[in-house]
Design a protein around this ligand. Structure first.
Ligand SMILES: *[C@@H]1O[C@H](CO)[C@@H](O)[C@H](O)[C@H]1NC(C)=O
Ligand SMILES: *[C@@H]1O[C@H](CO)[C@@H](O)[C@H](O)[C@H]1NC(C)=O
Ligand SMILES: *[C@@H]1O[C@H](CO)[C@@H](O)[C@H](O)[C@H]1NC(C)=O
Ligand SMILES: *[C@@H]1O[C@H](CO)[C@@H](O)[C@H](O)[C@H]1NC(C)=O
Ligand SMILES: *[C@@H]1O[C@H](CO)[C@@H](O)[C@H](O)[C@H]1NC(C)=O
Ligand SMILES: *[C@@H]1O[C@H](CO)[C@@H](O)[C@H](O)[C@H]1NC(C)=O
Ligand SMILES: *[C@@H]1O[C@H](CO)[C@@H](O)[C@H](O)[C@H]1NC(C)=O
Ligand SMILES: *[C@@H]1O[C@H](CO)[C@@H](O)[C@H](O)[C@H]1NC(C)=O
Ligand SMILES: *[C@@H]1O[C@H](CO)[C@@H](O)[C@H](O)[C@H]1NC(C)=O
Ligand SMILES: *[C@@H]1O[C@H](CO)[C@@H](O)[C@H](O)[C@H]1NC(C)=O
Length: 884
C-alpha cells in the first residue's frame, strides 16, 4: 500500500529558511492547472510553484469542487486546489529538464486529487509513464483522496517525459508535479537491473510532531510519521550530524527513533504485496539519540525474511548512518527484523526507513536517430499535433500519424509517418532521410514545394511514398523510380512535372481506338498546319518557351463559344481530315493554337474521347507537346493544341532544302525527345508507354526545341508490379520493336527501340525504311557499315563534317544499345539520356581536337546486336491505325 499523505503542516522557521535561502536549487515545482503565469510561494511549505505553461502545451485547467477546496477543506495544500485535465489525445506529456541534464539523478513526484472537478463524481483511473515505461497506475478511493507517487530515476536524455495515458477509464489529470535533483551517488540499485525506484514507503520512525516535509531535507522528501504500539519512542533535542553520507535524511527525522518495548524482542517491520516478482530496496537510517555509558552496548543484526542483511550494526551517537541492501529483495512477503546481538545489552533502534519498489524499465525508447529525425521534422514543419514524449512508446501510444516496429530486444523504429493534410510548407525535410527504417511516407495534401530530393533514396525500406496534393516540381529521382519499377516502392505523385493521371485505373488502360485514331489524325493535321505555318510565317516572332508555359497553365475545358471566339468564328481553316477541320486560333493571351473541330457525325466514342482528353491534359512536361484543352459543348467537340512552328522532325530531316541541322542541334533534339520519353517511362506512375515513337511524332518549336507528340496510342502499365502487358501490336513500320511484334509483350523498352531508330535517323539523315535502297531497314543499312568499323560515310552529309567524331560514335553506341533485338539488353531511357548528354558535352568541347581517336574503331559485338531476325522482318503495315 502506498502511504498517502493527507496533511502538510507548516513549520514557520522552515518557511523562512526556504523562502530566503537557496535550498530550492534545481527544483521544478509545477502547480498543474493553475492560471497561466501564476507563480507563487506556497505558505505551507515555502516552495515556489509555477504554472504548467512552459512544460506542456496540451490540456485544460480546472478547479476542484469548492466542497473539497479551501475554506471547506482548510488543510488542503494549495497546489491541489486546481488541476490540469487531458480530454484530448491518449497520451499527454510534461517535459521536465533537470539542471543536471542527461545522466543526472532526480526525484520526481506527481500528485493527484480528483476533488470532483468535473462534477461527475466519477473517479478516473489512468496510467502514468516516465518516458516509455509505466511508472504507476493512478486510482482513487474517494473524491478527496490524494494520490502521490514518487520515482527516483536517472535521466536517460536531457529531459524526462512524464506522460499521462488514457486507458479508457476516465480522463487523466494531474494536480502537481515536482522534480528534485538528487546526488548521483545515492539510491544505488544493482547494476543488472534496468529500472527506477518508485517510492513504496518513507517512514519517520518514532514519535514525530512534524509534517513529514522538512525544510532541511535537501531533496524535499516527505517522511511519514510512523509508530507501533509494540515500540517505545526515543528522541533527542540535539541535532544529528547528517553529513556522514549523501542520503542526508533530515535531522528532524533522525532525532526520533523507536526501540522494541521488550528489549530482547526484535524491532520488526513487514509488508506484503501481491506481485511475487516485486523487487525492493530498503534504506535504513540509524543514529543513536544518546551517548552510551561504558557498561552499555547497542549492537544489532538486520535481517530480511530470516536472511541476514547487515551484521553487528552499532549506531553512532548523534551521527547518521545509512544501510541498504545491495541485492534486491524479491517476493510478496517481506519482514525486516532488527535484533540485538548476543553481546549487546541495549535494544535495537531504527530512526527512519525508506522502501522502494523497482519499476523495471523493460521498454526501450525509440531508436535515437529516429527520435532526432522526427523531432527535427516536428520543428521544421511546426507540426501541429500532440507530438510529445517518445515517438513510439509506450507501445500502442505512438505519436499521431507515426507507426513503429516494436521488436523485443531492440529499440522501436519508426516505420510509417502520415503527415497528410498537416499544413506542411517548404521543402521535403532532409531529416526524413535519417528515418532509415521508414516503410511508408505520406506527405500528401500539404503545400510542399521544391524537388523530390535525391536523399530519399537512402530510405532503403520505403515501400509507399505518397506526395500527392503538393506543389512539388522536377523529376522523381532515378533510384526511386528504379525501385518503383521493380515493384519495391509504390510512388504516389502528381505535381506539375509529375504525372498523376496514371493513378486512375479507368483512364490508364482504356485508351480507345477511336480516340487514338482521332488523336492521330488531329496530329497529322497539326503537323500540316505547323508545316504550312513554318513556311508562311517565318517572320512571326513568338517566344516558344513563354508560349509553352502559358499554354500549360491555360490547359482546360473550353465552351463552344470560347472555341468559336478563339478561331474568330472558324475563319481560317488550315487543314481538313476525316473527322473534322483544323482552324488557326488564338488564345486571349495572344498565343497561337491549332483548333480541331470534330464533325458531329463522329459522335461515337464521345466519352472515350473525353477521357483521353483529360489524360492528355494531365501529362505535362517540357518535352511533351502540350494539349491546351478541349471543348464538348453543344454536342460539338474540339481539341486545342499547342502550335509548333517548325513541324515535325521527320520532315525537317527529309527536307534537304531546309537549313541543315548541325550535330549539336541534332543532339539537343535527341536529348529533348529522350527527356520527354524518360518522363513518360519513369516520371509517371505507373509508366506510360508511348507506343508510337518516331521522328514524325517529334515536333519542333520555333527555336527547334523538341517535343514528343501524339499519345493517342499510349498505354499505361496497369500497376507498379506489372512490367509488361499483352496488347495488340500497334505502332509504325520501321520503328516497331521486333520483340514486341513477335511476343505482343509491351514494355517501355519498345519505346526505347523506336527511339534508337530516331537516333539513327538523326545520325544518318536517312528514314527508318530506306526506299531508295530497296526498302532496307535503317539498322540493316547502318549495321553493314558498323561491322566494318566504318562510320564516317554514313553520317549525314548535310553536317558537312562539322562534328566531333567521338561524339557521333558515342551516339551510335547509344543507338545500337537502344535497338538490340532483346529488350532486356536495351538501355533504359535514363541511360540513353545520360549517354546523349555525354555526346553533347563532347561536341561542345569540339574545336581543339577536331580529329577523331576512333576513326577506324570497330564496334565490338555489333553483329550480335543486330541478329538476323531483325532483318527478316517484313516491313509492311502493322495492325493498328497509325501505320504508314
Ligand atoms: C480557479 O480558481 C481561481 C481562483 O478562484 C480562478 O482564478 C481561476 O480562473 C479558476 N480556474 C478555472 C479553470 O476555473
Ligand atoms: C477518503 O479516503 C481516504 C483514504 O482512504 C480516507 O482517509 C478519507 O477519510 C476518505 N474521505 C471521505 C470523505 O470519505
Ligand atoms: C509537539 O508539538 C507540540 C505543539 O506543537 C509541542 O507542545 C510538543 O512539545 C511537541 N512534541 C514533540 C515531541 O516535539
Ligand atoms: C503478510 O502475509 C503473512 C502471511 O500471509 C501474514 O502473516 C502477515 O501478517 C502479512 N503482513 C502484513 C503486513 O500484512
Ligand atoms: C550500567 O551501569 C549503570 C551504573 O553505572 C547502571 O545503572 C546501569 O543499569 C548499567 N547498565 C546496564 C545495561 O547494565
Ligand atoms: C549477527 O551477524 C554476525 C555477522 O555479522 C553473525 O556472526 C551473528 O551470528 C549474527 N547474530 C545473530 C543473532 O544472527
Ligand atoms: C498493443 O496492442 C496490441 C493489439 O491491440 C496488443 O496485443 C498488445 O498487448 C498491446 N500492447 C501493450 C503494451 O499494451
Ligand atoms: C520489424 O523489425 C524486425 C526486425 O528488424 C523485422 O524482421 C520485421 O520485418 C519488422 N516488421 C515490420 C512490420 O517492419
Ligand atoms: C493519414 O492521415 C490523414 C489525415 O489525418 C487521414 O485522413 C488518413 O486516413 C491517414 N491515413 C492512414 C493510412 O492512417
Ligand atoms: C542524420 O543523422 C546523422 C547521424 O546521427 C546526423 O549527423 C545528421 O545531422 C542527420 N541529418 C539530418 C538531416 O538530420
Amino acid at each position: 500500500m502506498i502511504f498517502f499523505l493527507h496533511f502538510f503542516i507548516c513549520c514557520i522557521t522552515a518557511c523562512f529558511v526556504l523562502v530566503h535561502g537557496q535550498v530550492q536549487t534545481g527544483y521544478i515545482s509545477i502547480d498543474c492547472g493553475s492560471p497561466e503565469n501564476f507563480n507563487y510561494v506556497d505558505l505551507d511549505t515555502g516552495i515556489s510553484y509555477t504554472s504548467d505553461g512552459s512544460f506542456i502545451t496540451t490540456g485544460v485547467n480546472k478547479n476542484i469542487s469548492s466542497l473539497y477546496a479551501y475554506p471547506n477543506n482548510p488543510i488542503l495544500p494549495q497546489p491541489l486546489s486546481d488541476l490540469r485535465t487531458f480530454p484530448q489525445g491518449d497520451k499527454n506529456c510534461y517535459t521536465l529538464r533537470p539542471n543536471g541534464g542527461k545522466k543526472s539523478l532526480n526525484l520526481i513526484r506527481a500528485t493527484f486529487m480528483y476533488g470532483n472537478y468535473n462534477g461527475e463524481n466519477k473517479l478516473p483511473k489512468f496510467d502514468l509513464y516516465l518516458g516509455v515505461n509505466l511508472w504507476s497506475t493512478i486510482k482513487f478511493v474517494n473524491n478527496s483522496d490524494v494520490f502521490t507517487t514518487e520515482i527516483i530515476s536517472v535521466a536517460l536524455e536531457d529531459s524526462y517525459s512524464v506522460c499521462l495515458v488514457n486507458i479508457g477509464q476516465g480522463t487523466p489529470f494531474i494536480s502537481g508535479l515536482e522534480l528534485r535533483p538528487v546526488d548521483r551517488s545515492i539510491y544505488e540499485i544493482a547494476p543488472g537491473i534496468l529500472g527506477s525506484l518508485v517510492l513504496f514507503q518513507r517512514l519517520d520512525i518514532g514519535y514525530s510532531n512534524g509534517s513529514g516535509r522538512y525544510a532541511d531535507d535537501v531533496y524535499d522528501r516527505i517522511w511519514s510519521p510512523y509508530f507501533s504500539p509494540l515500540w517505545d519512542s526515543l528522541s533527542t533535542s540535539l541535532g544529528i550530524d547528517i553529513s556522514g553520507n549523501d542520503y542526508r535524511a533530515p535531522s528532524e527525522v533522525m532525532r526520533t527513533a523507536a526501540t522494541p518495548k521488550i528489549g530482547t524482542d526484535s524491532l520488526e517491520y513487514s509488508w506484503n504485496v501481491s506481485d511475487s516478482e516485486a523487487k525492493f530496496y530498503v534504506y535504513m537510517y540509524f543514529a543513536d539519540v544518546a551517548v552510551l555509558r561504558r557498561n552499555e552496548t547497542r549492537e544489532f543484526n538486520v535481517s530480511w525474511n530470516a536472511n541476514l542483511l547487515f551484521g553487528n550494526v552499532r549506531p553512532r551517537a548523534y551521527y547518521m548512518s545509512t544501510f541498504y541492501n545491495l541485492r534486491a529483495l524479491v517476493g510478496n512477503e517481506h519482514k525486516i527484523s532488527i535484533r540485538r546481538s548476543v553481546g549487546a545489552n541495549l535494544p535495537p533502534i531504527l530512526n527512519a526507513i525508506e522502501i522502494f519498489r523497482v519499476q523495471e524499465f523493460s521498454e526501450l525508447a525509440t531508436f535515437s536517430t529516429d527520435v532526432d529525425a522526427i523531432q527535427s521534422i516536428k520543428t521544421t514543419y511546426k507540426v501541429n499535433k500532440n507530438w510529445v514524449g517518445d515517438p513510439c512508446g509506450p507501445m500502442n501510444y505512438s505519436w499521431e500519424g507515426v507507426n513503429c516496429n516494436y521488436t523485443n530486444s531492440n529499440p522501436p523504429r519508426i516505420i510509417s509517418i502520415n503527415l497528410s493534410t498537416s499544413d506542411l510548407t517548404g521543402q521535403i525535410a532532409p531529416s526524413i532521410a535519417n528515418l532509415s527504417s521508414l516503410e511508408t511516407l505520406n506527405l500528401s495534401n500539404n503545400s510542399l514545394t521544391g524537388q523530390i530530393p535525391e536523399f530519399l533514396e537512402k530510405l532503403s525500406s520505403l515501400k509507399i511514398m505518397d506526395l500527392r496534393g503538393n506543389q512539388l516540381s522536377g523529376y522523381v529521382p532515378e533510384s526511386l523510380l528504379e525501385r518503383s519499377r521493380s515493384g519495391l516502392l509504390t510512388l504516389r505523385i502528381d505535381s506539375q512535372n509529375l504525372c498523376d493521371s496514371c493513378q486512375n485505373k479507368k483512364k490508364e488502360v482504356i485508351v480507345p481506338i477511336v480516340a487514338s485514331i482521332l488523336s492521330f489524325l488531329i496530329l497529322l493535321l497539326l503537323l500540316i498546319i505547323a508545316w504550312r505555318n513554318r513556311r508562311t510565317r517565318k517572320t512571326r516572332k513568338a517566344n516558344t518557351n513563354e508560349e509553352v508555359r502559358s499554354l500549360e497553365s491555360n490547359n482546360r475545358q473550353f465552351t463552344y463559344a470560347e472555341v468559336a471566339n478563339m478561331t474568330n468564328n472558324f475563319q481560317t481553316p488550315i487543314g481538313k481530315g476525316g473527322f473534322g477541320t483544323v482552324y488557326l486560333g488564338q488564345l486571349k493571351n495572344g498565343n497561337q493554337v491549332a483548333v480541331k473541330l470534330l464533325s458531329t457525325s463522329s459522335s461515337q466514342g464521345y466519352n472515350e474521347f473525353q477521357n483521353e482528353a483529360e489524360l492528355l491534359m494531365r501529362v505535362h512536361h517540357r518535352n511533351l507537346a502540350s494539349f491546351v484543352g478541349y471543348s464538348h459543348d453543344n454536342n460539338k467537340m474540339a481539341l486545342v493544341y499547342e502550335f509548333m512552328a517548325n513541324g515535325n522532325l521527320k520532315n525537317y530531316i527529309l527536307d534537304r532544302s531546309n537549313h541543315p541541322l548541325s550535330w549539336e542541334m541534332r543532339l539537343k533534339i535527341a536529348i529533348d525527345a529522350a527527356q520527354g520519353l524518360e518522363y513518360l517511362h519513369h516520371g509517371c506512375r505507373p509508366a506510360i508507354i508511348h507506343r508510337d515513337v518516331k521522328s514524325a511524332n517529334i515536333l519542333l518549336s520555333e527555336k527547334l526545341d523538341a517535343k514528343i507528340a501524339d499519345f493517342g496510342l499510349s498505354k499505361g502499365l496497369p500497376d507498379d508490379q506489372t512490367t509488361h502487358i499483352l496488347t495488340d501490336v500497334i505502332g509504325t513500320t520501321g520503328y516497331l520493336d521486333p520483340e514486341y511484334r513477335k511476343s505482343h509483350n509491351l514494355n517501355e523498352k519498345s519505346d526505347v527501340y523506336s527511339f534508337g531508330i530516331v537516333l539513327l535517323e538523326l545520325i544518318t539523315g536517312r528514314p527508318a525504311i530506306i526506299k531508295s535502297m530497296n526498302h532496307i531497314h535503317i539498322t540493316e543499312y547502318v549495321g553493314a557499315y558498323l561491322e566494318k568499323g566504318e562510320i564516317t560515310s554514313i553520317i549525314d552529309a548535310q553536317m558537312e563534317g562539322e562534328f566531333n567524331l567521338d561524339s557521333v560514335w558515342k551516339a551510335m553506341e547509344v543507338a545500337v544499345a537502344c535497338t538490340r533485338s532483346t529488350s532486356s539488353k536495351r538501355m533504359t531511357m535514363s541511360e540513353v539520356l545520360t549517354g546523349l548528354k555525354a555526346c553533347l558535352e563532347m561536341e561542345l568541347t569540339r574545336g581543339s581536337r577536331n580529329g577523331s581517336t576512333r576513326e577506324n574503331q570497330k564496334m565490338v559485338g555489333f553483329r550480335m546486336d543486330y541478329s538476323p531476325e531483325v532483318y527478316s522482318m517484313n516491313f509492311e503495315v502493322m495492325t493498328g491505325p497509325s501505320g504508314r
